[in-house]
Write a protein of this length. Sequence first.
Length: 1047
Amino acid sequence: MEVDITDEVLPGSPKNDQHQVVPEPPYLMNGDEDPYKPEGQITLKIEKFSEFAHEGPESRRLSEPVYIRGLPWKILAIPREMGRRPPMGAASMQKCLGYFLQCNADNTDPSWNCSGNATLKILAQKPGKEDHVRKISHVFHAKENDWGFAQFMTFENIMNPDDGWYDEETDTIILFVEVTADAPHGVNWDSKKDTGCIGLKNQGATCYMNSILQTLFFTNKLRKAVYQMPTDEDNPDSSVALAMQRVFFELQFSDSPVGTKKLTKSFGWDSIDSFLQHDVQEFCRVLLDNLENKMKNTKVVDTIPSLFKGCMKSYIKCKDVDFESSREECFYDLQLNVKNKSNVLESFKDYIETEMLDGDNKYDADFGLQPAEKGLKFLSFPPVLYLQLMRFQYDPLLDANVKINDRFEFTDTLDLTEFIETEEKENSASDEFTYLLHAVLVHSGDFHGGHYVAFININLRGTAKWCKFDDDVVSRVAYRDAVIANFGGENIEGMGRSCTNAYMLVYIQKKAIDDVLGPVLVEDIPEQLRLRFENEKKREYERRLEREEANNYCEISLILDEEMKSHHEFELFDSRTLEAQSRKLKVQKTMTYRDLYKFIAANLNIPETSFRLWDFQDDDRQGLHRFRCENSRPRNFLDPNETEDYSVPIVQIDRFVYLETGKPGILGGDIHGLKPYDRNSTVILNLGNEVGAHFEEINQIIGLPPDTRLNLYVEYKPDRIIPIMNANTRIRDVQMLTNDGSIIIAEDASKITEESNTQIYFRALYNRIEVEAHFHEFVLGAKPELEPPMQPIRGQIGLDWKLPKVCAWIASQIDYDPAKIILFKNATHTEKPANPLTHQHMEEYSLLYILGLGANNYDPRFQRLYKLFYSKLPITLEEFDVKYHILLYIMNDKFDLSELSVFVNKSATVQDILDEAKKDFKFSEDGTGILRSLYDMEIPKDQLQLGVDEQLLPVAHFEKEPTRTFGCPFFIKITNGEKYKFCIVKQNRILREFDSHDDSSIVNLVELLQSHITFPAAAPFLGIQHSNKSRVARGLLDSKKSIIIHN
């Protein structure tokens, strides 16, 4: 479909006069109150309060609505009773004021929500008295659209004249609420209208990426440089530069949230990567490094270093001699300590604090070991300064990374003059090292996960305009919410937001603001790049129109006789192969059957009376087909002569329609499929009388002499090919042919044999399946002959095969003994191995059983690929069933641990197990050749013979608790009276601690003897307490993958 939109301004297209200036919303320019403001005040004056205090809860007072964030907010006041029963001695219940804040009460849509904080007050109406204040924090939604206090205060206390809240003369109280709300979700929030900016869609866990992308976008000089990167010859799927240009272009000119899937695709990420949360500083560093490399040999080669690169000098200076060693280093961001620091300046002082090298830590200079001081100095700061606040640190007490939520203050103006070398300060202007706060990246949550948002001052060159970028929602916020509320620590409003705090700060050098934040105009974008993105928008617009139009049309596949003649399996055709062969027609969904006949006749240039149309439907009579397959039969006649009152839309038919052709005026009778056995054709046959009356016609169709004797069958379903015993039976009296669309199979009765006939052929066709045999690592061991093959085995086998025949087929493919093949039953509902089959099972069970199939859920028409699972045994399956399989852990003289499987008789002794292990154990060259019986390791020579005053003591590693063991345990030989510093652990309890400098550390060997014969765990062992560095780290972020941009 051609769509002419050359003169239309598409969504997301730049206007010729569009500059990077955020306009004021129209309601502000007209002087109206801003309905999208982030905060507001609501007042409710309750008159005749003394009467209100005696009314029931059905008496409610509501204030006039005040619009905040585009939603109506009201005060709700309700008289309520205190408790369920009157207090002792009281005649009636004490009453109180129910005081609530209500949000968007008329909207019952369950998808919306809005987070807000509020201060609820009863105002004092007498001089010198204080308001009564209580605070709330809540996420309002359709089921909880009001929040507050059911018992805010008793009416008796409210009307106490000493407090001044109740005015006796006017009989009034005044309720006053101050509301601060975030932008709502689930409503038609227009970020562009409210802020002039748009957000980025979250792919699952890409909030960290969205926050830094918005920050980079508002670094206008970087945005200009990205636009200037040459991408004409780049692969559109893998070009990071092109994807960044597209994101920036859409953020600048689009009116709706921008997707980032093309960007992450250019990174070489899959869908799983989009659900992994990463560190925002790490992503920023990797992304800028990638862009900097791609800017090499272009006219914007130095843009990123000129914006973000600073320089520092680390030095060591001797105190007593004239010697200094120094090295200059570049940085693109700085990591500042938060723990035990109160603000940014204090962290900077900690960053450059000198360290004294004295005592054992003296510096080895050319003059020998000298006392010295070690530190660093900043030589230059970049125009755009990124400060990462180190809120995630390792806690040795918890042995885990934790988030530090301490209060850490930062200001909107930062003077870094004192941190620069003296020479630089003397030669610099007064504002050389003055920085203005441009962005605050905030993390909510803990070390294991959370959410990132960005607060950006989008008008740093003028009056501050702070906006909150929360993925696809952008809203204006006050300075307090953008800066002060994100210091961390105990929230000043007492709302418990301690887990929400600033994680990264972006400052811009005051003197560089005009250079860094200069406007980005349409003229700054290369014309070919702009045209490329405009054409993308045009194509997307056309596709959207096509999708909208597609809702009014459907596609049908017209099946002709020619398409079925080459089909020799079940049913009349296979939709998967027919999909590419059939004639497809695009028709309106509102078209009736009569309209369809006219439409097809016009398209095929044939008379309307020369064909009939049949709708294909599955044969599901009597519930025999429990699982409906995609193949179907012409079952419903589409009558073109239906009355206007019964005008059936074409949308109700299936996607396959059979066109039955014939001479005009002779069409009629029943319609059935005819398959000749051992002939290469399938046709549709009209039958109107007895089956036998059509023998001559059938013979003519299948190419046999007219007097050929035929055997006829009905293909009732794939596993039921039923003979028609009486050829003189009327068709409608044959049980299997009661409906149109039945399939008749004809065979020449004179040419069939017991080995070759219709039923034999279709039985073989029914049982033929395609399988893929996968190796399952069932038996552990290092024997080469048990190594799995490289690829699965694929081929055709018979569903009626016995299982030993299946094993023989697998063995022939991998050149192995079929008696040593073991099969597994497939798990229910999943194609994964479950229980192994025994030798007895191999004789009793069928292939249907191990595939998890049955007569009711196997249909060969699906032609699906089935999975088999097998494994190789070192012994025959018959032996495997009567022997014990024991998994041994093998340790060599280097304490390397491995596994070994041995098979022994059920009456075997420990010595038999050791004898089997010796067959595969690699002894050391000068070893003893004897295995230890508790676990398999070669006994060292000094432990082979023990004296009366010697004992073998197990040694195990543990972390914090004796039950948390790890690593490889081993034995050491100890002598009675030896001195050690250790503790004795028995039954997971520390019995005694010993110090080699204390005589009490002498051990009596009796303490180390096993106290229980049948429970080896009761034996004491020597515990070595230290961290398990090989274990998988706890928490989501511990085990996350490093960020890699592959392209």
